[in-house]
Design a protein around this ligand. Structure first.
Ligand code: 8YV
Length: 308
């Protein structure tokens, strides 16, 4: 029997019901281990999302019937992979199929932040627009500017391709330098200081977890050129929010576009009152096409794990 923690797109749910007996929790908001443990009898597979924290304690408490956990995400930092391996529980996730959707959202945030789109819409909706004026609501263009990508994996590379189409110069920081055919002319930086110093825009497309925790802290923010713009569709934990709020207040960082937050659905209150921040509710992969493909891929992985 398949335990599904959250509501799923209709076509995904229909396929899950055809292939499995299902127990559907339709959880919303904060996850607690008891949500799974109270409903685990007879379960051999689980379909979850990044908000569902499968830490070592929860994995240890799962019964031996559980053979696989499929996550409806490319990110896997919410699952203790070592604990799962120790229990012989297989893990599957949904890479590739959300690459374009997530890169498109990084680009959306970049353009929204650069052109002050959120702020402009708020002015209109509040009835505060006084008409077109040559000096009104000036933003920044992206053409000819330097985009730095932290994390040049599948999503980072898809964003780089889009940015080249906008005539941006792409620089990147990554665990290792990519081969030329993947680099496509992007400039690799072996250290943070040389990377941050040349950027007009910084896009975070790296995974979460310990390795990237608070990577963008006060020290690295200070290395950015004044007036840089930052977007994040990776994980909220990569940014030290207090430091970014401070940099947005002084204008050292001109604007930011954020789709992910450390303690979702909580938004650090400092962002809420700032006009120069675009805030979106973790919708990087939220296209009908990507979400269906993610569900199908997770179900493929679950089936393969149960039949191998
Ligand atoms: C997920 C994500 O689609 O794939 C990931 O790692 O963060 C998202 O794009 C979303 O969290 C729904 O599971």
């Amino acid at each position: 029997m398949l335990l599904i923690t959250r509501d799923m797109p209709p076509e995904v749910l229909a396929r899950a019901r055809r292939e499995h007996e299902t127990r559907e929790l339709r959880l919303t908001g904060r996850f607690e281990a008891r949500h799974v443990l109270d409903n685990i009898a007879g379960i051999n597979a689980i379909l979850c999302i990044p908000a569902d924290k499968f830490d070592a304690a929860l994995i240890k408490a799962l019964p031996g019937t559980v053979k696989v956990i499929g996550t409806f995400s490319v990110g896997m930092e919410h699952i203790d992979l070592d604990a799962a391996a120790a229990r012989g529980i297989k893990i599957c996730h949904t890479p590739d199929v959300l690459t374009t959707a997530t890169a498109e959202l990084s680009l959306t945030l970049m353009l929204m932040a650069a052109r002050r789109a959120g702020e402009g819409e708020r002015i209109l909706r509040a009835g505060r627009w006084q008409g077109l004026a040559p000096t009104h609501h000036l933003g920044r263009g992206v053409a000819g500017k330097t985009l730095g990508i932290l994390g040049m994996g599948r999503i980072g590379r898809a964003l780089a391709e889009m940015a080249r189409g906008l005539n941006m110069q792409v620089h990147y920081r990554n665990r290792q330098r990519l081969p030329a055919e993947l680099e496509q002319g992007a400039t690799y930086h072996a250290d943070d200081a040389s990377f941050l110093a040349v950027l007009d825009f910084l896009s975070i497309n790296a995974p979460g977890g310990k390795e990237t925790f608070h990577w963008l802290n006060a020290e690295r923010l200070a290395l950015l050129k004044p007036g840089a713009i930052i977007v994040n569709t990776g994980r909220g934990t990569t940014i030290d929010d207090d430091a970014l709020v401070a940099a947005l207040c002084t204008g050292h960082v001109a604007a930011a576009g954020l789709d992910v937050f450390a303690n979702e659905p909580e938004i650090p209150p400092g962002y809420l009152t700032l006009e120069n921040v675009v805030l979106l509710p973790h919708i990087g992969s939220a296209t009908i096409e990507a979400r269906n493909a993610m569900g199908f891929l997770a179900l493929d992985g679950i089936k393969a794990a149960l039949t191998s």
